[in-house]
Design a protein around this ligand. Structure first.
Ligand code: HEC
Ligand code: HEC
Length: 489
């Protein structure tokens, strides 16, 4: 459901072509192990905000190999643009945009597009999970790494204009009908998928609107919203890496995805689905997709590691961080803890019952096909995530407000205003994260809109870089040791 790379990137190309200027790993599935509580010292007992432990719940088992096949070949977001238009715009695809395991026409498409043929025989190209859930690090595309360079800063009007340009490439009435279906849906969410800043993702905001346009019982699409839709919010969310689902008992930063995870993952299909029957057919292979995701390992740190320093760092980490983030290696335990916003002190906007986690949408979900076996139960706090592969997942915190681990662990080093190149080779191996430039001014003092979009301004609502000061008390040596240890996870 990126829906928007068509618009943000693809359709700019469509527009150009039309001569119109556009505005600017596989093992058998193991059910998630039940978390064993970590008994670690007194600090939690002293806190006035004790953490919540999210208990494991049964998951449908699946076949990870079948899951990967479905992930990269099945059209689970079943509407899109006719292939005849797509192929005019993208006659060839760069090799570094192709991924293994793709069949038929999919093998010729970029990783974030999937081919399908409708019942009426219309060949379409649709979006898939990898728009948001594949990302580059040091130039290498990694499936399951959150995309940290997405750009959702185009305004709604220019997107709606862009979806229109596709029509100029089509004459066949069946193709035009498919294009119009896709256009109606993408245009509906356009205002809810605009962010002020490049990098973070708007999925939480527009998923809510897609819920509002479906009858929960029949899943029929309604042109007009069936629930009150509040004005769009500029809510930045950093796409989390999929490999955390090996250990996590809940989905989402606020721990809100409970019950059957596969059913929640397939909500990405609501951009296009119009019936329970269609949703059931997609759901049939989602236990396999979940199983692949829950068996995924993070990429290994590719640069040298000082093992002696890392060994010291492990001791510091286990004394300071493990009560929330768990222990690693043989016999490692992950506690699945959610910390209240008061305790953690990071930006509270996402955890304040906003976007898809607002009351009416939670109620919609409960009444819907999804609610049969899954629940949305957002909490006023954030899950302390497992830190496997954390070296690759900058920027940090749920809103992506902190560019490096070094800055996360020393809050005096966090930049108030910062920007970066969005080139994944601009990686800082010493600080673990993105090379960035600290600026002396925020968005409102930046006249050039393109420069302004690339500024992460932590004074904006939702964008704060406060809280999580657990590294501040460490000596510089201990902090460096913890950073070295994190490279090994
Ligand atoms: C438009 C972007 C987008 C698309 C498309 C998308 N996701 Fe996500 N996904 C997100 C964002 C953003 C989050 C974090 C939301 C939050 O925690 O509030 C997320 C969270 C998740 C999580 C939870 C991870 C965790 O640590 O809690 C899983 C699993 C997931 N998505 C799977 C999928 C699958 C499978 C698909 C395709 C069927 C998909 N997503 C499509 C943006 C997207
Ligand atoms: C009291 C619990 C707690 C302690 C102690 C703690 N953390 Fe965290 N940590 C969290 C929570 C909760 C989050 C998620 C906050 C958010 O996203 O807003 C988090 C986030 C992080 C992240 C960012 C993850 C991401 O996806 O961006 C890193 C890295 C991290 N912690 C490392 C550490 C290290 C290293 C220590 C020890 C020096 C530590 N934490 C101590 C609770 C804790």
């Amino acid at each position: 459901m990126k829906t928007f790379s068509y618009v943000a990137a693809g359709l700019v190309a469509v527009a150009a072509l039309a001569g119109i200027e556009a505005c600017s790993a596989t093992k058998n599935d193991a059910a998630s192990p039940a978390p064993e509580p970590i008994e670690a010292g007194a600090p939690d007992a002293e806190s006035s905000y004790p953490p919540v432990t999210l208990a494991a719940e049964p998951q449908r088992t699946g076949d990870p190999a079948k899951g990967y096949r479905a992930l990269v070949n099945e059209a689970y977001v079943p509407c899109g643009i006719p292939y005849s238009a797509y192929s005019q715009v993208f006659p060839t695809v760069a090799e570094d945009k192709k991924i293994p395991g793709r069949e038929g026409r999919n093998a010729t498409l970029a990783y974030d597009f999937t081919a399908m043929t409708t019942k009426d025989g219309v060949e379409l190209v649709t979006s898939n999970c990898l728009t948001c859930h594949a990302g580059r690090i040091n130039g290498k595309l990694v499936v399951g790494l959150g995309a940290a360079d997405g750009d959702y800063t185009d305004d709604a009007a220019s997107r709606i204009q862009s979806t229109g340009y596709v029509g100029a490439l089509l004459t066949d009435p069946k193709e035009r009908a498919e294009w119009m279906k896709w256009k109606e849906r993408v245009d509906t969410v356009a205002p809810y998928s605009v962010l002020s800043t490049r990098g973070p993702n708007p999925a939480d905001g527009f998923t809510a609107v897609l819920f509002a346009h479906h009858d929960p019982k029949t899943m029929a699409w309604s042109k007009t919203p069936l629930l009150d839709v509040p004005p769009p919010v500029d809510l930045p969310v950093d796409v989390p890496p999929w490999w955390r689902m090996k250990k996590k008992t809940s989905m989402f930063y606020v721990g809100g995805g409970r019950g059957d995870h596969a059913r929640i993952m397939m909500t990405a299909s609501v951009l296009c689905t119009s019936s329970v029957e269609e949703s059931k057919a997609i759901d049939a292979y989602f236990a396999d997709i979940r199983s692949w995701i829950a068996n995924l390992d993070p990429p290994a740190y590719p640069f040298p590691i000082d093992r002696t320093l890392a060994g010291r760092g492990r001791t510091v980490f286990e004394g300071t961080c493990s009560r929330c983030h768990g222990t690693y290696g043989d016999g490692g335990q992950y506690p699945n803890r959610l910390l209240s916003t008061e305790e953690i002190g990071t930006d509270p906007l996402l955890a304040s019952g906003t976007a898809q986690f607002a009351g009416p949408y939670v109620a919609w979900f409960k009444d819907s096909f999804f609610g049969d076996i899954a629940r949305l139960e957002p909490q006023k706090g954030y899950v302390a995530p497992p830190l496997d592969g954390i070296w690759a997942t900058a920027p940090y915190l749920h809103n992506g407000s902190v560019p490096t681990i070094a800055a996360l662990l020393d809050s005096t080093q966090r930049p108030t205003y910062w920007t970066r190149s969005f080139d994944s080779k601009d990686y800082d191996a010493a600080a673990l994260g993105w090379l960035f430039t600290a600026l002396d001014h925020g968005k409102k003092d930046e006249p050039d809109p393109n420069t302004s979009h690339a500024i992460y301004d932590t004074t904006q609502i939702g964008y704060a870089n406060s809280g999580h000061t657990y590294g501040d008390g460490l000596s510089a040596d201990d902090r460096a040791a913890v950073i070295e240890y994190l490279k090994t996870l």
